[in-house]
Write a protein that binds this ligand. Structure first.
Ligand code: HEM
Length: 440
């Protein structure tokens, strides 16, 4: 399209009052107002940025930005903060370097590899099973947010380092990555502490280069992978940034989702009944294997609906490279485009009864009727989450195992408050009474 034909097009109406959208609670409030007032698209004049922002809340616009014309958009506002933590890992990199890294890592997330790595997921769950068995005897009240966070951290670390996680723990006297579960503030102090862990990981990479131990984990696969064009392997620095990226991207997102899945199961008696019926009917003995997950379709629907209701990545951004059109609207080069899975998942044009927790929205038949880009907890297009399948397997396995053995009762009187920052977290931990199920 020529520049003149672009200029004739409309500019979306928008907020009169300038505002810099970001991953903050104030922006959450602002976006709620904007989608109510302006609907599918609006322009927000900036306070301190060079260009205006566009908030898009319609699946067709989202499809355009993330899929059809994705080459015109790079990572946007907010990723600068993430960059301090992750260097140039694939969640923040762009262009040919991102493409190369993604191509080198993509095979590690395929079905076959995930099936193999599910042994590590099972191992972490079995450790937790014995802990919960003891607690269920006395119907202890447990902090499900904390346990979910610890479990998700263990799983991603085992998938990355397998047995070498024990070496790292031994060297440090405790799990050096526990700072991620102990400290949820995500401030600059954490960034510095986290980057210090880099030294440990560089030592581990060196040790693997020297000793060539046989390992089946992400690190081994990342070290073995080669650039298709140059046949080069990743440098230590590149490996380090990607390891850090996997830990940060794979931990809190899965942890928060598990925390909400348990919350929704415990507070919706019909859902709880159906989850229990499904695990009781399934034909695995104690712990579902990768191949048993096909039997856990209702649990998958509960996970999908939890991700609709509270998507951990509630807001993400892109920056337009050249002028573009979104439908009839003109988006100039250099604009910041904001996409919020949280608000999109509540767009009443695509979702009915949005505040109802209803896993039936995700039956096979119901999915066929949905607009594909109306549901984007893992984003969409070439920059869709690389760990989406791994995370789904991790969550299905955990719920499939634990719901066989335990029932959780929500402790009444707790206040739920959302903290919409880089990820959307719950401010207060969720407490549940753990009970042994009679069937077992
Ligand atoms: C429920 C769990 C998860 C959710 C909701 C989630 C969500 C997302 C979203 C929305 C993005 C795209 C962000 C954007 O486009 O700006 C993303 C990217 C990414 N995620 Fe996940 N994620 C989850 C689990 C994981 C896991 C388990 C891993 C790794 C083990 C992972 C690794 C990544 C990476 C590396 C990217 C960047 C991909 C790229 O840009 O090429 N995620 N995730």
């Amino acid at each position: 399209m020529t520049a003149t034909s672009l200029e004739k097009k409309l500019t979306p109406s928008g907020s009169v009052e300038p505002f810099d959208l970001n991953m903050t609670a104030a922006s959450f409030e602002k976006i709620a107002e904007l989608v109510t007032e302006y609907g599918d698209i609006c322009r927000v004049t900036s306070v301190s940025r060079d260009s205006d922002s566009y908030l898009i809340n319609h699946p067709d616009y989202i499809k355009h930005v993330l899929l059809r014309n994705h080459t015109n958009y790079k990572k946007g506002v907010g990723f600068d903060r993430v960059k301090m933590l992750l260097g140039n890992g694939i969640i923040v990199s762009d262009g040919p370097f991102w493409r190369r890294q993604r191509r080198m890592m993509q095979p590690s997330f395929n079905r076959k590899v995930t099936a193999q790595l599910s042994d590590q997921i099972q191992r972490c769950n079995l450790d937790l099973l014995s802990q919960w068995q003891a607690q269920a005897e006395s119907e202890t009240i447990i902090n499900i947010s904390e346990v979910s966070s610890e479990l998700a951290l263990q799983i991603v670390l085992r998938a990355l380092f397998s047995d070498d996680l024990d070496v790292l723990i031994e060297k440090q006297g405790s799990n050096p990555f526990s700072i991620l579960t102990d400290d949820t503030t995500r401030d600059i102090k954490l960034v510095l502490k986290f980057r210090e862990l880099g030294k440990l990981l560089l030592e581990l990479i060196q040790q693997r280069r020297d000793e060539k131990p046989e390992r089946y984990d992400f690190l081994a696969m990342f070290m073995d992978s080669r650039d298709k064009e140059t046949d080069e392997a990743m440098t230590d620095r590149e490996l380090l940034d990607e390891l850090m990226t996997m830990i940060v991207a794979g931990h809190e997102t899965s942890a928060l989702t598990l925390n909400w899945v348990w919350y929704f199961i415990a507070t919706n008696p019909d859902v709880k009944k159906k989850v229990h019926a499904e695990v009781d009917k399934a034909n695995y003995k104690t712990i579902p294997s990768f191949d048993d997950l096909d039997q856990l379709t209702y649990i998958k629907q509960v996970i999908d609906e939890s991700l609709r209701y509270y998507p951990p990545v509630w807001l993400f951004t892109r920056k337009s490279i050249e002028d573009d059109m979104l439908g009839d609207y003109f988006i100039p080069a250099g604009s910041d485009v904001f996409i919020s899975p949280y608000f999109l998942h509540r767009n009443s044009e695509f979702w009915s009864d949005v505040d109802k927790f209803d896993p039936e929205r995700f039956t096979q038949e119901a999915i066929k009727e949905q607009h594909k880009q109306a549901y984007i907890p893992f984003s969409a297009g070439p920059r869709r989450c690389i760990g989406d399948f791994f995370a789904t397997v991790e969550m299905q396995m955990h719920i499939g195992l634990m719901a066989r053995h335990f029932s959780f009762e929500y402790v009444e009187g707790q206040t739920l408050e959302l903290v919409p920052e880089i990820n959307m977290r719950n401010k207060h931990p969720i407490m549940m009474k753990i009970k042994k199920r009679k069937r077992i």
